[in-house]
Ligand binder design. Sequence first.
Ligand code: TA6
Length: 304
Amino acid sequence: MRSGPSRDIAEFEIDDRVAVGQNVDGETTLRLSAPGAELVLSLNGGHIQSCRIGGGSDDLLWMSTERPVDPAKPRRGGIPVCWPWFGAHQDDPALPSHGTARTSAFGVTDTGADAEWTWAMLSLLDRSRLPAAYAGADLQLHVRVGPRLIVTLQTTNSGAQTIPLTQALHTYFNIADIADVAIDGLAGCPYADALDGLAIRSHDGPVNFAGEVDRIYNTQGREITLCDFGLSRTIRLASKGSLSSVVWNPWVAKSERLGDMGPEGYRRMVCIETANAGADVVQLRPGQQHRLTADLSVGPLSKA
Ligand code: TA6
């Protein structure tokens, strides 16, 4: 276990369990390894960029092969941290979409490993672009990898004003083909349709894809299952501290507008985001703490 302030990130390395490296974009990374599992995260944005669990050979996460068109955005994919607001800022559209954390420097505060798990704790270092309303907001990112992947965003309000917090772990799941997946657990759950002025709708049965989908479901902590028939696996997504889940695939036209999805990239990814988004605003009072947790596991396709 390594903890406490450290000048040199190498002090957080642990044998074959925690290693410092660099990614293709020249960012400093931490590689966490555990029996049957491995994860890579970038200190730029606390951005988890790759993860394998359950002894599987297929990455849990999709990452674009292209650099972002807008250098102010992270390379698309993995688990971007959307904080301290989700989507466009409600008062100032000039502020970065999905907040400032995903393009801000994080520092390592602790690492550790036991027989099954390896973990790292990071804190947001660069708070320079946060608007005044968020002056008291501190952010820690806890990542645990082993039999499952457990990611937690912990927000502490150390200021004197209530902070209106929306947030997401904007997870891009790696899939074989968007036309050959089903998302279970959302039947009957009301959602705001971002493609139709946030009209409130619901549906029966699983979510399948035949075009762009961009929905904020009022899930209230329901478990969600992604069935990937092409990769013959089921990904279970449990959550804590999350009132909403966002399901998104850009399909063809939006992918072309985004410009950083790579050829047919939209076919290989689907976002299921553990969030407090849309109307689900957390009013964090002075001294309060909020934790948003995504708990991911992988298994064989459940028999239909
Ligand atoms: O989470 C879905 C969403 O809000 C979509 O509307 C789309 O904008 C996506 O996030 C990606 O946003 P980004 O700013 O990363 O390009």
